[in-house]
Design a protein around this ligand. Structure first.
Ligand code: PEP
Length: 245
C-alpha cells in the first residue's frame, strides 16, 4: 500500500499563503511515490482544492460535525467539506480532544458522518506523557481506537503521541514500532481481516531529518506532519523519504 504523507496546516496561513503553499507542494510532487494530502483550515479548502485541481495532491479538512446540517453555529458539516473539494478529514486530533473536550464517542460520530459524506477519515489517537510515564500508553490508545472507530472503518489511523506534537520530541523508533504493532493488533481485533488494510500514520515532530527512519519502520503507513508541512520544501523532503510498496 502506498504511504500517505499528510500535512496538517492547523490554524495557519492567510488565503493567499495557503494557495501559494499548495502550489509549492504541487510543483514538487512529480515523481513522489507517496500519496500526498494537505489539510488547510476549512475556510481555505475550496481555494486550495481549486489550486490543486489536476495535480496528485489531495485536500482534507481538519474536523467536521457529526450532523449533516442543522443549527450548529460555527460548525462545518462533512458534506460541506466534500462539496468544497476535500476528500479526507482529520478527526479526533489531540488539539481538538484537548481544546474542545472531544470524546471518543464524538469522534466516532464524526467519523461515521465523514464516511457517509464520501470523505476518508484520518482518526487520531495518542497518549499523553503522563500515561506513558506509568506504562499506560498501549491501553489508552487501544481504548481510543475501540471508542472512536466505527465498523466498518474505511479510513486511516494516525498515532500521535501528544507529548511529541509540536515539541520537537519524537518517539523513539522502538516506541513507534511497539505502538504501531499494538494498533495493528487492535485493528484486527475490532475490524477483523479488514483491519489489515488500514494505514497507520505516525505523527509527532516528523522532520526531513527523521522521516526516513520513521517511515521505514514496520506498520508505518505514512506520516501526519504539522509544523514541517508549512514549508513546501520540508514537506516534500519528508514525502520523498516515504517507502513505496
Ligand atoms: C500534528 O499536529 O498533527 C503534528 C504531528 O504536529 P508536528 O508535526 O508539528 O509535531
Amino acid at each position: 500500500m502506498r504511504q500517505l504523507i499528510a500535512g496538517n496546516w492547523k490554524m495557519h496561513c492567510l488565503m493567499r499563503e495557503a494557495v501559494a503553499l499548495a502550489e509549492g507542494v504541487a510543483a514538487g510532487a512529480g515523481g513522489i511515490a507517496a500519496e500526498l494530502l494537505v489539510c488547510p483550515t476549512a475556510l481555505h479548502v475550496a481555494a486550495v482544492a481549486a489550486a490543486l485541481k489536476g495535480t496528485p495532491v489531495a485536500v482534507g479538512g481538519q474536523d467536521c460535525h457529526a450532523a449533516k446540517q442543522g443549527a450548529h453555529t460555527g460548525d462545518i458539516a462533512a458534506p460541506m467539506l466534500r462539496d468544497a473539494g476535500a476528500t479526507f478529514v482529520i478527526l479526533g486530533h489531540s488539539e481538538r480532544r484537548h481544546d474542545h473536550h472531544e470524546t471518543d464517542a464524538q469522534v466516532r460520530a464524526k467519523t461515521v458522518a465523514a464516511i457517509e459524506a464520501g470523505l476518508t477519515p484520518i482518526v487520531c489517537v495518542g497518549e499523553t506523557e503522563a500515561h506513558r510515564s506509568v506504562g499506560e500508553e498501549q491501553s489508552v490508545v487501544a481504548g481510543q481506537l475501540a471508542g472512536s472507530l466505527p465498523t466498518p472503518f474505511p479510513g486511516v489511523v494516525a498515532y500521535e503521541p501528544v507529548w511529541a506534537i509540536g515539541t520537537g520530541k519524537t518517539a523513539t523508533e522502538a516506541d513507534v514500532e511497539a505502538m504501531h504493532g499494538c494498533i495493528r493488533r487492535e485493528l484486527l481485533r475490532l475490524l477483523g481481516a479488514a483491519g489489515a488494510g488500514v494505514r497507520i500514520l505516525y505523527g509527532g515532530s516528523v522532520r526531513p531529518a527523521n522521516a526516513g527512519s520513521l517511515l521505514a519502520l514496520p506498520e508505518v503507513g505514512g506520516a501526519l506532519v504539522g509544523g514541517a508541512s508549512l514549508k513546501a520544501d520540508d514537506f516534500l523532503a519528508i514525502a520523498r523519504a516515504a517507502v513505496s510498496g
